[in-house]
Design a protein around this ligand. Sequence first.
Ligand SMILES: [Zn+2]
Length: 104
Amino acid sequence: MGECPHCKHEWTYKEKLLGYALKPRTRIRCPKCREYIEPSTLSIIYDYIAIFLVALFIFILIPIMQWPMWPSLLISFILFLLYVFLFQPLTIRFKHYEYNIKKK
Ligand SMILES: [Zn+2]
């Protein structure tokens, strides 16, 4: 998982974390061949589902369950960390970067 579509370089956990999870998504470059790549459509869908579930938990489940504030904040924070440090590096797949060329 997390293989470069150009040179077949398998991204390490650290490369995925620093080069993808903790970075703005617009410009992702393969650390080996320096080609621009982007997350596959499936990765983006996974991303949206994860964000949706975390948001659902924070904004709906916590108010309904009426949990105390600090444990709720802590759980939300842990969920966010799990998302960035586990979920994203584990699910990411790359594809060729598609340039958005505007045609007149
Ligand atoms: Zn590459």
